[in-house]
Design a binder for this molecule. Structure first.
Ligand code: SF4
Length: 101
């Protein structure tokens, strides 16, 4: 029997990631431009004050890149360009949304 053509292939969705420069900044300009509202917490949400930084939901991000230039501290990166020293922020962003579920 023939194998299905895509058997064994893993479809990996890419995301953008917010890293360390956001800590203590939480400027939120990125929130205003995101077309799918996947950056949280927003200033209107209860956990904004206590959040260390803002986070991008990797399940919802469509990788459009609109948020990157809005950030005044260059804290947002496409996954493939995330600096080595901030690689763990992919997990940091992802885990924040897992805790909200
Ligand atoms: Fe939102 Fe686009 Fe930034 Fe993803 S890349 S967080 S969809 S603005």
């Amino acid at each position: 029997m023939d194998k299905p053509l895509l058997a064994g292939l893993r479809i990996v969705a890419m995301t953008h990631i917010i890293a360390e420069p956001c800590i203590g900044t939480k400027d939120s300009s990125c929130v205003d431009v995101c077309p799918v509202d996947c950056i949280h917490p927003t200033k209107d949400e209860a956990d904004f004050q206590e959040a260390e930084l803002l986070y991008i939901d990797p399940e919802t991000c469509i990788d459009c890149g609109l948020c990157v230039d809005e950030c005044p501290v260059q804290a947002i990166f496409p996954e493939e360009d995330l600096p080595e020293e901030w690689q763990h922020y992919l997990k940091v962003n992802t885990e924040w949304y897992q805790k909200q579920a």
